[in-house]
Design a protein around this ligand. Structure first.
Ligand code: GUN
Ligand code: ZN
Length: 446
């Protein structure tokens, strides 16, 4: 069904079933205050947005007689998932085993990314990537392209065709990478500016200025990235930060004048409200404070961190009062090993355990929905089911596999149900995905 996109259902469409959204941040308020759950809800969609959310019994009488009602039994409706950091050009090498970050980049990522000089290869990969997102209930992502502008054209064109809210940008690299993957200060600036002109704020798309990470950009290129951010209202800044100890030592050599890794970005105008830093594993308390002060966000990528052996993200540090940093959840494919946000939540739970932090299932779902939206400065637009949000919805199957169905009998609370979904779930648990009020994916029975 993913391949054949159904036509827009005209007028009002309402989804009926158990539904969950957030009324607050479960890192900040008790779970009971953070959650809004109804076992028989109606999510009313009109013109791509959510028009109403509440108990079906209360809302049904107000529906126009011609409204279409789609009923989901033994399911849970949740906001479409948000993947806050992913490299779609690395889909061809997902799961390529060998080495820690810097070796892996050299032997796999930098080899794979060279194929994106070919627009046809980029287009085919972008289509495959976005179809897989829909199969996983992912409706928004912040995506890295390669150095080739065509890689970004490809993913934006494919997202536009699917009506998805996506953020993407061309990687800037002018050193420490293969010649076929480097640009220059001027070329990187010009190509990014042209992409912003073509795609930023077109439909639901937004551009992210994307210096890959400090080691692959000269100070001059980072300054040019800062100029791009300053000159274009509403663009994002995405990059990597403090993922591994080797990388941090290298940054120290390359930028001897900087206070620390974060300061390299800060001094080039790259630390701001719409800055999203991937990883943030090895950060000092001072750096956390500066991230908080700037209103910037961290994209936590647990399957990647485990796959590459990068270290354990510390929720306790990130969320420490009185300076809780906004954190989103992300796959970081192809360092990450799945595009499933359910599997990513499970991995986040396990990583948190290693650091002595008890991540609750409710917090995990928040990170991939409302929390991800806050981190991407999209609160009120995506990540929720209340009126005004884009009608991006994942329908989760409470009997996705025999084991899920079996285990669900023993769940006595919503929190337990969420735990089972994230620990045992993957694409098989996504029965349907709605994007801006359209059915964009429906799982075929096995
Ligand atoms: N740091 C710089 N580039 C990358 C990348 O492609 N993946 C990961 N995980 N870390 C990076
Ligand atoms: Zn990454």
């Amino acid at each position: 069904m993913t391949a054949a996109r159904p036509a827009l259902v005209d007028g009002v469409t309402a989804l009926r079933g158990a539904a969950m959204t957030f009324a607050g941040d479960p890192f900040a308020v008790p779970a009971a205050e953070a959650l809004a759950f109804d076992p028989d809800a109606l999510v009313v969609m009109r013109d791509g947005r959510i028009a109403a959310f509440g108990p079906a019994a209360a809302l049904l009488p107000s529906l126009p007689p011609a409204a279409t009602i789609v009923r989901y039994a033994n399911a849970l409706l949740v906001p479409g998932f948000i993947d806050a950091h992913v490299h779609y050009p690395q889909l061809p090498i997902i799961g390529a085993c060998g080495g820690t970050l810097l070796d892996w980049l050299e032997h796999y990522a930098f080899v794979a990314e060279q194929r994106f000089a070919d627009p046809a290869f980029a287009a085919a990969t972008a289509e495959a990537y976005l179809d897989e997102c829909l199969r996983q209930g992912v409706t928004t992502a912040a995506v890295y392209g390669t150095v080739h502008p065509g890689s970004v054209d490809a993913v934006f064109a494919a997202a536009l065709a699917r009506g998805m809210r996506m953020i993407a940008g061309k990687s800037l690299m002018d050193r420490n990478a293969p010649a076929a993957l480097t640009d220059t200060v001027q070329r990187g600036y010009d190509e990014s500016k042209a992409l912003i002109g073509r795609w930023h704020r077109r439909g639901r798309l937004a551009y992210a200025v994307t210096p890959r990470f400090a080691p692959t950009s000269s100070p001059e290129q980072l300054a040019a990235a800062g100029a791009l951010v300053r000159e274009h209202d509403g663009v994002y800044l995405q990059t990597h930060l403090a993922e591994t100890s080797d990388e941090i030592a290298w940054v120290k050599q390359l930028f001897p004048g900087a206070q620390d890794y974060l300061d390299v970005y800060a001094r080039h105008g790259l630390l701001g409200r719409r800055s999203v830093f991937g990883h943030g594993i090895h950060l000092s308390d001072g750096a956390w404070q500066r991230i908080f002060d700037a209103g910037a966000a961290i994209a936590h990528c647990p399957t990647s961190n485990n796959f590459l052996g990068s270290g354990h993200f510390r929720f306790g540090d990130a969320k420490r009062a009185p300076r809780p940093v906004r954190v989103a959840l992300a796959t970081d494919v192809g360092g990450g090993t799945t595009l499933s946000m359910l599997a990513t939540m499970a991995e986040a739970y396990k990583v948190a355990r290693h650091t002595g932090f008890g991540l609750t299932p409710i917090q995990a779902f928040w990170l991939a929905t409302g929390g991800g939206a806050e981190a991407l400065d999209l609160a009120g637009k995506v990540g929720g089911l209340t009126p005004g949000h884009d009608a991006d919805i994942a329908v989760l199957d409470l009997a996705a596999t025999p084991l899920v169905a079996y285990r669900m009998q023993f769940c006595e609370s919503l929190s337990e149900t969420l735990a089972v979904l994230m620990m045992l779930g993957d694409d098989r648990a996504v029965r349907a995905t709605w994007v801006a009020g359209r059915l964009a994916h429906e799982r075929r029975p096995a």
